[in-house]
Design a protein around this ligand. Structure first.
Ligand SMILES: [Zn+2]
Length: 272
């Protein structure tokens, strides 16, 4: 396969580590050009330090370290404000003037399309329409990413997601022996991410577990601060062999392929 170019578009620094790091490391190791673009610097992320400019700077540094661990050739930030989350999980009322969710879709898409054109990108990775678990900035990544690919004429658009079926099964089984706090509703996971039958790509990234872990560790501000049950902090405690098993697969949906397509590699052709 001749080297190709893949652009991974994410909302905040650390999203790449959780969702697509293994695939990025794999493509880079295979000699492809991997470019990482974030919409925001994640300056309203959870951290012990005061949110704002200083946190944005720290998180961009962490993003560069993560990108280096994965073998990225280029990192860009579109410079939008992190829209944050309301305490209940929805859209935050107080948000910066240039919040990504308030961005004009066409304008933001054009900025991303400029990078896609400059890179002659063969592939763009965005999020599923639900934005995974529904963070407003993640839903916006889907909208802006779709439009950018249209403008630039990017051939392959992959929606990074998680296979929610085993996740829901696991949570339901856990619910029988463990009482979840009242605000935790397993049903919210029934509509988050994607169901097994809609997933077109299952990428085995076990060989790149070391790089994926290094990417996660690079985002120290999101793993060590404040409350203890943060996603990254929890994940980093998982021992190596179990980690490879649990985080050994990354999932994508390609909408122009039949949902039954079972591809193993982002650049696989269909029909096979
Ligand atoms: Zn995010």
């Amino acid at each position: 396969m001749p080297p190709r170019t893949a652009v991974f578009f994410h909302a905040h620094p650390d999203d790449e580590a959780l969702l697509t790091a293994g695939t990025m490391a794999m493509l880079a190791a295979e000699g492809h050009r991997v470019v990482l673009v974030v919409a925001t610097a994640g300056e309203r992320g959870l951290a012990e330090m005061r949110p704002g400019e200083a946190l944005g700077e720290t998180r961009m540094k962490e993003l560069y370290a993560s990108a280096a661990a994965l073998g990225c050739a280029r990192v860009e930030c579109l410079g939008y404000g992190d829209s944050g989350l309301s305490p209940k999980g929805g859209i935050a009322e107080e948000r910066p003037d240039n919040a990504f969710i308030d961005a004009d879709t066409e304008k933001a898409a054009t900025a991303l399309a400029d990078i896609l054109r400059e890179e002659r990108a063969d592939l763009l990775s965005i999020y599923d329409p639900a934005g995974g678990y529904g963070h407003p900035d993640h839903v916006q990544v889907h909208r802006v990413g779709r439009r950018a690919a249209e403008i630039a004429g990017t051939e392959i658009v992959l929606e990074a997601t998680v296979n929610r079926d085993p996740l829901v099964k696991l949570l339901k089984a856990a619910g029988k022996v463990y009482r979840f706090p009242p605000e935790f509703d397993v049903r919210t996971f029934e509509s988050a991410y994607s169901s097994s039958e809609t997933i077109t790509h299952r990428v085995n990234v076990r060989r790149y577990a070391r790089q994926k872990r290094a990417a996660m560790e690079a985002h120290a501000s999101q793993a060590t601060g404040g409350d203890t049950d943060r996603t990254l902090a929890v994940m980093l405690k998982v021992p190596g062999p179990l980690y490879r098993l649990v985080f050994g697969t990354e999932w994508f949906v390609r909408r122009d392929l039949p949902p039954g397509a079972r591809l193993r590699h982002p650049f696989d052709r269909w029909p096979k």
